[in-house]
Write a protein that binds this ligand. Sequence first.
Ligand code: IFM
Length: 472
Amino acid sequence: MTSGSPDYRDSATFSDDFLFGSATASYQIEGAAREDGRGVSIWDTFSATPGRVVHGHTGDVADDHYHRVDSDLDLMSRLELEAYRFSIAWPRIQPTGSGQVNERGVGFYSRLVDGLLERGIKPIATLYHWDLPQQLEDRGGWTDRDTAYRFAEYAAIMGEALGDRIDTWTTLNEPWCSAYLGYGSGAHAPGIQSGRAALTAVHHLNLAHGLGTTELRHVVGDAAKYSVTLNFHVLRGGGYGDDDAMRRIDALANRAFTGPMLRGEYPADLLEDTAPVTDWAFVKPGDLELIHQPIDVLGVNYYSTATVRLWDGASPRQTADGHKNSGGSPWPGSEHVEFIEQEGPYTAMGWNIAPDGLEELLVSLSEQFPELPLMITENGAAFDDEVVDGRVADAERVDYLRRHFVAASRAIDRGVDLRGYLVWSLLDNFEWAYGYTKRFGIVHVDYETQERTVKDSGEWFAEVIRTRRIAE
Ligand code: IFM
């Protein structure tokens, strides 16, 4: 459906129980990288390695959220957030990734959660948003099966500590990025470039999700909801061999996770496409049963679409896949798929703005998994914001959000069980390999002074939360 279709509308209303909120992640905002017993994570190591992150930026200080948690909580109240999705830094809890628990780290998240509950904001906790303890990486990281078992141990610790104070537990954020950018292309920590390692990591992340969910449910019971967040690739065909190109990328990016997690199997075509890279012998008997655990809600992250075709072998290859080019490939066994330039408009990431892709994705997921409620756990946009006279007039972000909210409401009208919408991100923050050069926040952060300025988009969002509607 496009703006040209007869039933197009530009307004939306949301029910009172639809959950509006915002999201962040530990390494991107906390700072305090060496305080209160926090161990070293792979992102500390990666960002300290010359050439890995733009301008050599690191998360050492970030938004200094660790020290400013109370005023940041007040900011969430001022924005009238109903839910806040944060992630827990595993190395704050277990500095070496196993054994000994660091109570000061646990205490930080416990205070955060209490602060949310006091303000009537539902806590949505992600256990893993990419900051793996370095000592686990030194033993192979996500290519080592044992990491999945260590993750389950960590999940149980957090379940004991925060238990039913958490509304929704999310095991992993975007395992696609952890596996394929971390171990395939090398654009993310730990910066390894190996197709085989990436696929091994896919499986061990899936296993971690299953084992972690089981542990959490064992410890917390039915008092909380359980979920995982995936970043789905919404694909468009762009010419030569595009059916095969779309199928291949869908298998690697989407079905490599939904297959085992939600159906208890790896797709046959994924195994076939990747046969030149690995025989998947790292999948042990019984693993798929361990991975395939019931969840209560599926977290959906969506930013833009991707247009693909097969490389014809003659013209120069295109790799406009929207991720920092690091030399390696995030598409093991399908390196001959080209990602081609898409029609704009674009955000500051160079990502095309395509709200129709969100509607299509939500409808497709709800058709594939009719019993599973959905939650948009990330959607938002980076633009080159500036504070002028105390104000950030980010009209482009308001427009981006408005159009995506309308798309979500259209999906609801088409029968999708969508429970909520969390905007990425509450604060401008450390955008991984792009450092602090990309601003996704609805609140501007001055990295010199740490001053926060609510952008126009933040004010607009608060109004939507209050009124439950978007006018034409
Ligand atoms: O900043 C990231 C986040 O950590 C994971 N999802 C995508 C965001 C924007 O790139």
